[in-house]
Design a protein around this ligand. Structure first.
Ligand code: CS2
Length: 485
C-alpha cells in the first residue's frame, strides 16, 4: 500500500475555538475540517484549544510532547489510504479528575478571542434524561456542579461557569456547537445549560437564553478506537505517532448557520451550512447509527466482533437493507434532492470497509443513551403510520438480551452503560421472558410511555426475544420478512 501524504505547512493559528472532548472523533473530524481551513488561510484566528474532561491525561501529554501535531489515517479500503498531518489543535488541556488545567480551560473559555465552544462529550456527557431531554438535576456530577459552580466537572457546568464569567466581564457570549449524536443537539445542549444556570442565578439563565446561540449539527465519520494493530500498521508506513487516529475517508458535517459572533468560512472546507439540520440529523441517526446498533447487539449475541465481519454475512446485510428501507426511511422527511436508497447503499458500502476493524463492542456501549434517537423515535412514527417495526423490535430484544452480560453461547462481555447496574438487577429478578420484557419496557428514562404500552410494540419485542433465546440470531433474522434478500 502506498499512502498519499498531506503534510501540514500552514503558519500557526491563534486560538478562537475551545473544544470539550479531545477524543479520537474530534481529532479525526472537526480538527480535520479546521486543518483545511487553516491551510487555505495559512493560519488565522480559528485554532483550537481542546480539553479532556473525564479521562485520558496521557493523550494531553502526548500531544504536548509532539508540539500538538498528529496524523490522521483515512482509509477508503485496505489498499487506499491518505495520511494527513494535523496542527489545528494549538493547545491541549486536562480538566478531568485531579485535572490541573481546569482554571486554564475556564480562562480560555472566557477570552474575547474565543468565539465558539464545540463539544463531543458523548450522549451521557450532557446528563440529560434520554427519553425527554431534561437535565438530570439529581445526577451526582450535576449535583456537584450545582454545589460548586466555579469548580465544575461536567460539560454543562463548564459552559455555565465560563458564560457566567463572560456575563460578569461584559464579554460577548461564545456560540455553543454540540457535535454529539443526539437529535436537536443544539436545543438539548441549550436546555441543559439554561436549566443548570437557573439553579445558580436566574438572571444568568435569562442572559444565556437571550445571548447565546446553540446551533445544531450533524456529524459523521466512522472513527474506531485505536488499537495496537493499527499503531503497528502505521509504524510500518513510517508513522510512529502515539497520538495518531485512523478513520474512514468519508466525512460529513452539516451545521445550522447561526453564529452571531462569527465563524470560520467552513462552507469552503466541505461543511454544509444549512438553515435546518433536523432532517439530516434524523437521517443519520436512524439510518446509520440505527443500523450500527442493530449490528452491535445482534452481532455480539452471535459472537461476531466487527462491523465489516457482520455486514459480510448475507443475513446481516439483508437485515440492514430491510431495516433502512422499510422502517427508517419511511419516517424521514428529507429535502427533495435526497436519495435515501443511494444513502442506504453508501452506508452498506462504508460498513464493509474492513481496514477499520470497527468493534461492535464499542458501538454497543451506552445503549440507554442511544436507543431513543436511533430506534424508538422512528418506531413511534412507524406505529402511528401503521408501518413495520419488526427489525427494530428484534434490535430491542437483542439489546435487552445483551445487557445480561453474555452472548447466546454464554460467553461474557462487559455492559458499559450508566444504567448497567439497573439492567443487571432486572435480569437477576426476572427469569420469565414476559416479565423481563415488561420490566425493561417500563424503564421510562428510555422507553416513552406511548411506546411501552403499545401492544404491537411490546408483543413484537417479546416474540423476537423468545425467538432469539430459543432459536438463535440466524433463525430470528430468517424470520424477518426480508424480500430484498
Ligand atoms: C457509532 C458511532 O459508536 C457508535 O455508537 O454508531 O460512533 C458512529 O460510528 C458515528 O456516529 C459515525 O458518524
Amino acid at each position: 500500500m502506498t499512502p498519499t501524504s498531506i503534510p501540514c505547512t500552514h503558519a500557526p493559528a491563534t486560538v478562537g475555538i475551545v473544544h470539550l472532548g479531545l477524543g479520537a472523533f474530534h481529532r479525526a473530524h472537526q480538527a480535520v475540517y479546521l486543518e483545511r481551513n487553516l491551510a487555505r488561510h495559512d493560519g488565522g484566528p480559528w485554532g483550537i484549544a481542546s480539553a479532556n474532561l473525564r479521562s485520558n491525561r496521557q493523550l494531553v501529554e502526548l500531544m504536548r510532547e509532539r508540539d500538538q501535531r498528529y496524523h490522521v489515517a483515512e482509509y477508503t479500503d485496505s489498499e487506499t489510504l491518505t495520511l494527513r498531518e494535523v496542527a489545528a489543535i494549538r493547545e491541549t488541556l486536562y480538566a478531568g479528575p485531579g485535572g490541573e488545567d481546569l482554571e486554564a480551560l475556564l480562562g480560555r473559555m472566557s477570552e474575547p478571542a474565543v468565539r465558539i465552544v464545540t463539544l463531543t462529550v458523548t450522549e451521557k456527557g450532557y446528563h440529560l434524561d434520554p427519553a425527554n431531554g431534561r437535565l438530570l438535576l439529581d445526577a451526582e456530577p450535576i449535583r456537584h456542579d450545582i454545589a460548586n459552580p466555579t469548580q465544575p466537572r461536567t460539560a454543562p457546568g463548564m459552559l455555565v461557569e465560563a458564560l457566567a464569567r463572560r456575563f460578569t466581564a461584559n464579554t460577548p457570549a461564545f456560540t455553543v456547537l454540540c457535535c454529539d449524536n443526539m437529535p436537536d443537539n443544539g436545543q438539548r445542549t441549550r436546555r441543559a445549560v439554561i436549566e443548570l444556570a437557573h439553579q445558580r442565578d436566574p438572571s444568568l439563565a435569562a442572559w444565556i437564553a437571550d445571548a447565546v446561540a446553540f446551533p445544531s449539527s450533524m456529524v459523521d465519520r466512522i472513527v474506531p478506537a485505536m488499537s495496537d494493530v493499527e499503531f503497528e500498521r502505521l509504524r510500518t508506513l513510517g508513522i510512529d505517532d502515539p497520538a495518531a487516529v485512523a478513520c474512514e475517508s468519508f466525512s460529513q458535517w452539516v451545521i445550522e448557520d447561526d453564529f452571531p459572533q462569527g465563524r470560520p468560512d467552513w462552507q469552503h472546507d466541505g461543511v454544509q451550512m444549512v438553515a435546518d439540520v433536523a432532517p439530516f440529523e434524523a437521517m443519520k441517526l436512524r439510518m446509520l447509527n440505527g443500523s450500527h446498533s442493530l449490528l452491535a447487539y445482534l452481532g455480539a449475541l452471535a459472537g461476531i466482533e466487527t462491523v465489516a465481519e457482520a455486514v459480510g454475512r448475507p443475513e446481516f446485510a439483508a437485515l440492514l437493507r430491510g431495516y433502512m428501507r422499510r422502517e427508517a426511511a419511511p419516517t424521514l422527511a428529507m429535502p427533495a434532492d435526497t436519495d435515501l436508497e443511494a444513502y442506504a447503499d453508501s452506508l452498506l458500502s462504508r460498513f464493509t470497509n474492513d481496514s477499520l476493524r470497527h468493534r461492535l463492542q464499542q458501538i454497543a456501549m451506552d445503549g440507554s443513551q442511544k436507543l431513543p434517537q436511533r430506534w424508538l423515535d422512528g418506531a413511534r412514527k412507524q406505529l402511528d403510520a401503521g408501518g413495520e417495526i419488526a427489525c427494530t423490535a428484534l434490535g430491542v430484544a437483542a439489546w435487552i438480551r445483551y445487557t445480561a452480560g453474555n452472548n447466546l453461547a454464554g460467553e461474557s462481555h462487559s455492559v458499559d452503560d450508566p444504567m448497567a447496574g439497573s439492567f443487571a438487577a432486572l435480569h437477576a429478578e426476572h427469569d420469565k421472558p414476559e416479565s423481563l420484557i415488561a420490566a425493561f419496557l417500563a424503564i421510562d428514562a428510555i422507553f416513552p410511555h406511548e411506546l411501552a404500552v403499545d401492544a404491537r410494540f411490546s408483543s413484537a419485542v417479546l416474540d423476537a426475544y423468545r425467538t432469539l433465546t430459543e432459536r438463535g440470531v440466524i433463525a430470528a433474522l430468517a424470520d424477518l420478512d426480508a424480500p430484498t434478500r
